[in-house]
Design a protein around this ligand. Structure first.
Ligand code: GLN
Length: 276
């Protein structure tokens, strides 16, 4: 079987499995497996593939046909222009979360001390550290996630990072200029209606924000001020319909100048406030 036929066959399989971006995914998985670039393809699409490559490609395509996210199959995701390793112990970094990072970048300097709470892959805190060269602590309850975060720290060559195994603030004993968090915020009852890629593959502990989705915002709002220096700020990613609730939580817990920021789709995406 030649390259063109292999990719066409794979695209058809993915289309039949209901994958919207079937051509793109078939190509990306092929390119990931073989290292072939678009320009290599222009001259090499008639090349014959060996049986081993075909078997490996089919195995990747089958995983995708079962609705496993592309990023878990390739093991990487792109965020803020950086490449992060991911596996199914961490949420795949979302493009929407870049809005959160952009807001933090406006407030951070090289002398900022920042805490990324519920860090997962580390994508938020590590991006800020890579851009601002400031001290960043990454905290998460999941040791498997912290392993991924540490892997990403090494790959980005960052040395000003502390990785903390902590159930929210339980093991945090410093104060920060900025706390940032994209905590689990999906109401438990909504999880079943998420895309199969999310529902079946991403860690439920990174999605489930309890019955009303607000559990972790309550903890962040109640305890956050204690871990912020005077005048320090908190930046939280939220679900599209959580702005009012999270804004009130912050305002009722010693935060001032509470603002809501929209994402590029015009949906409420970030709530931030300053510790009084
Ligand atoms: N902070 C991580 C991210 O934004 C993980 C978020 C989470 O686990 N809810 O990708």
């Amino acid at each position: 079987m030649n390259v063109r036929t292999a990719i066409r066959t794979a695209a058809t399989r993915l289309c039949d499995a209901g994958i919207t971006e079937y051509e793109n995914d078939a190509w990306l998985l092929f390119s990931e497996l073989t290292g072939m670039s678009r320009s290599d393809y222009l001259i090499g699409s008639n090349e014959e593939l060996d049986l081993d490559t075909i078997a490996k490609y089919n195995a990747m395509i089958e995983r995708r046909a079962q609705r496993e996210p592309l990023q878990y199959i390739t093991g990487k995701a792109y965020f803020m222009g950086f490449e992060f390793v991911v596996n199914n112990s961490v949420l795949i970094p979302r493009f929407d979360t870049e809005v959160l990072v952009e807001e933090v970048l406006k407030a951070a300097t090289s002398t900022t001390k920042l805490l990324d709470m519920c860090t997962g892959s580390g994508c938020i805190g590590l991006s800020v550290a890579a851009i601002k060269h400031c001290d960043v602590d990454l905290a998460d309850i999941s040791p498997a996630a912290l392993k991924v975060a540490e892997d990403n720290r090494k790959r980005l060559g960052l040395n000003n990072i502390k990785i903390i195994d902590s159930d929210m603030f339980s093991n945090i004993d410093e104060t920060y200029d900025i706390i940032v968090s994209n905590p689990p915020y999906i109401p438990t009852g909504d999880i079943d209606s998420l895309e199969p890629e999310v529902r079946n593959s991403e860690p439920v502990s990174a999605l489930d924000g309890s019955k009303d989705g607000l559990k972790f915002y309550r903890i962040l709002a109640n305890k956050g001020a204690k871990y912020l220096k005077c005048g320090g700020s908190i930046f939280l990613e939220i679900g599209y319909n959580q702005a009012e609730d999270v804004k009130s939580l912050l305002e009722n817990n010693k935060f001032a100048d509470v603002r809501v920021i929209k994402d590029l789709a015009g949906l409420d995406r970030v709530v931030c406030g300053r510790r009084m």
